[in-house]
Design a protein around this ligand. Structure first.
Ligand code: SAH
Length: 254
């Protein structure tokens, strides 16, 4: 069995490996057959900065390293007729067992189209955890017994089917990392994002005040914070009513 891959090892000189490991407060282990797919989503922007600051430690594990087959196979034909290969139990079990022997995990998450839908409340809840495993499926999916015996939670990023769990795991990781205190430069910014208070965000503007005759609402230039905040609230409410009617109904109930 090969050692786990650390996405931010020698290959990426932007990252100081020692710093990441010693001061991290959240650890995410991603099990995948395509570790390279995470270059980009996890090596740029806010996630990159959070890693550099030591706020999160992300490890990628190539599932093929945990195969006992000489061809490093991780999939096999399904029992019964039917199109598509199925990911085998043993490599996944080997990888998860090894990780669990090193530390306790709060959740073993399988990225799955029929899992619970990823929403901000789900992200908020998950962000309280310290150690998470994310398992990325491929082909027709994974042997059901992995789901029954090894997985503790299943998460879907929407009611559509992707080719693999990698993009979904990258989405989940990004949504989690930006909630870690210190990951965003303006710490209040995550709290004022859409969905955090059950509403979508109000519109935002920047300079110039006037562009091709398209102007910024006067109220934002009034300098009166109380009035501006009330305007923003009303805008958010109105947008929620139009764009997320079900969320608006919940707001009215509470
Ligand atoms: N046959 C399966 C789909 C397999 S898609 C079905 O119909 O349910 C291959 C892999 O992509 C899955 O194992 C899962 O890990 C991932 N995947 C696909 N769509 C996803 C989604 N909406 N959210 C999270 N993961 C998804």
């Amino acid at each position: 069995m090969a050692a786990k891959i650390h996405i931010f090892s020698e290959k990426n000189t932007n990252f100081a490996a020692g710093k990441i490991i010693y001061s991290s407060i959240m650890r995410i282990d991603i099990i995948t057959i395509f570790p390279e797919m995470f270059n980009g989503p996890l090596t740029e922007s806010i996630v990159k900065r959070a890693i550099n600051k030591g706020l999160v430690d992300i490890h990628l594990h190539n599932l093929r390293d945990y195969s006992t087959d000489k061809h490093r196979r991780v999939d096999d034909y399904p029992f019964s007729a039917g199109a598509g290969m199925v990911m085998m139990i043993e490599p996944v079990d080997n990888c998860i067992t090894k990780l669990k022997s090193e530390r306790d995990y709060d959740e073993v998450i399988y990225m799955s189209p029929d899992g619970i839908l990823l929403t901000q409340p789900v992200v908020n809840q998950l962000s309280m955890n310290q150690n998470l495993i994310m398992l990325c499926g491929h082909y027709k999916g994974i042997d059901e017994r992995i789901r029954e015996h090894l997985v503790t939670m299943e998460v879907s990023i929407g009611n559509y089917v992707l080719s693999g769990g990698e993009l979904a795991a990258a989405v989940l990781t990004d949504s989690l990392v930006r909630l870690i205190p210190g990951a965003l430069t303006d710490e209040t910014s995550a709290l004022s994002d859409s969905f955090q208070d059950g509403m979508v965000s109000p519109p935002v503007y920047t300079r110039p005040r006037e562009y091709k005759g398209w102007s910024v609402p006067d109220i934002l230039l009034s300098g009166n914070d109380a009035v501006i905040n009330e305007w923003k609230y009303q805008q958010a409410l109105e947008r929620t009513k139009i764009r997320r009617p079900e969320m608006y109904e919940m707001l009215k109930k509470n």
